[in-house]
Design a protein around this ligand. Structure first.
Ligand SMILES: [Zn+2]
Length: 413
């Protein structure tokens, strides 16, 4: 039920919402109006740039809302804040577009949103919104029944409310400001983590965490459902049903995976002072793992998504608990002996690390030990400051952005 959005300070709680038929119609209408507004604002920015080489800001576009509300009375029913939010969303899309252009990437230009890609109404500044017993009151919309067990607010300030349409119905997401959590007491323990293929992760203490059974089963199902979608004719009823089934499986797996990784990262952060992982390649870690069949296609994207999510969770949980989270350069980590430091080439099929010096360990566990050693060196080394970019391949103990861990367009995130 809880869903942290940012490393510290905010926490989001998600509740299933029960909308009446009228409310569903209204929400659908409002989604359409806000989406039209987003698309129109995007069109305007495109035109302004093409014709006059002008850049329109969110601020100037927000000022136009007044005229829009006069010309199109249907917009008068919606609170101003709700109409400002799509313009800010568009502005963010442009900001990240320009940022990526500047850094030499070739991002796609912000795109028009179809109804399928527009699923939430956001009260970014929730004046007039409040939580009552099993009901959320949304300004100008009215009270919505939610399935709720606890009051998450605990006296903290409500920052944002969103009404969201998902594959299986409606949800309300309440974001609260939370006080910065206290640091956990020191345990004197450290851990290195290797992102494996055979098992999901391996720890430097010898623990191997296998791929959960549900993930393998679900992967098969998802591939099947994906094929079914592509076989059916576009625009047909049968295709729409297949798409819906596919989306539901996706959502189901994403939830299970989130729960699993939340528990795993929580345990690691609670038990260790230092947590070391290999530095994540944003483009996808498993892509560089050679052409063995295990790492190919869909399975790969799932692995990338799981690891990205795990590293992200570790980074913000470590930060808020006062733990050291270090990312190290993974070069040759699987070829190096943790005992004597010798580098010896290993085939992917060699599952056991066995060195001439007499050290024998599971291949991935040995790699996790090398990663931990590198992290401890980074922490001892005063020359390299622990900066965000991990200068010269060195580690960082700064929380990562969700974007940098999860990449873009990864499955089920
Ligand atoms: Zn050795």
């Amino acid at each position: 039920m809880t869903e942290p959005l940012t490393p510290t300070g905010h926490r989001a709680f998600k509740f299933r919402a029960v909308l009446t038929r009228d409310q569903e119609r209204k929400a659908g209408e409002w989604l359409k109006l806000t989406r039209d507004l987003y698309n129109a604002a995007l069109q305007e920015r495109r035109d302004a740039y093409r014709k006059k080489k002008e850049t329109r800001s969110a601020y100037t576009q927000q000022k136009d809302l007044k005229t829009i509300r006069v010309d199109l009375p249907e917009y008068q029913k919606l609170p101003t804040r709700l109409l400002q939010e799509p313009l800010q969303r568009l502005d963010l899309a442009f900001q990240s577009f320009f940022r990526r252009v500047k850094s030499g990437q070739t991002p796609g230009y912000p795109r028009f949103r179809s109804a399928k890609r527009w699923d939430s109404l956001v009260w970014a500044d929730p004046v007039g919104c409040r939580l009552e017993s099993s009901k959320v009151v949304l300004s100008k919309f009215g009270g919505i029944k939610i399935i709720q067990w606890t009051d998450p607010s605990d006296g903290s300030r409500l920052l944002r409310v969103a009404l969201k349409r998902e594959a299986d119905g409606w949800y309300v997401v309440l974001t609260y400001e939370i006080p910065k959590p206290k640091s956990l007491p020191s345990t004197g323990k450290t851990v290195g983590i290797d992102l494996g293929l055979k098992s999901l992760v391996a720890f430097s203490d010898g623990t191997l965490i296998p791929h959960p059974k549900w993930s393998r089963k679900a992967n098969r199902k998802i591939v099947q459902q994906q094929r079914r979608v592509s076989r059916r004719i576009k625009g047909s009823n049968r295709r729409r049903k297949a798409v819906h089934a596919f989306a539901k499986t996706h959502q189901h797996v994403a939830r299970k995976r989130k729960y699993f990784l939340d528990c795993l990262s929580r345990k690691l952060v609670n038990e260790n002072d230092v947590i070391a992982v290999e530095k994540l390649n944003v483009r996808g870690i498993s892509r560089g793992m050679g052409s063995n069949s295990q790492g190919r296609g869909f399975r790969r994207s799932v692995l990338d998504a799981s690891w990205g999510q795990l590293i992200w969770m570790l980074s913000y949980k470590a930060e808020s608990a006062g733990r050291k989270f270090v990312q190290v350069d993974p070069a040759y980590s699987s070829q190096t002996c943790p005992s004597c430091g010798t580098i010896k080439r290993k085939e992917l099929s060699e599952r056991v690390h066995s060195c001439d010096c007499g050290y024998v360990a599971d291949r991935d566990v040995a790699a996790a030990q090398v990663i931990l050693q590198r992290a401890l060196e980074v922490l001892r080394c005063p020359i390299f400051p622990l900066n965000r970019e991990g200068r010269a391949g060195m580690g960082s103990s700064v929380p990562l952005s969700r974007e940098s861990c999860l990449g873009t367009g990864t499955y089920g995130s």
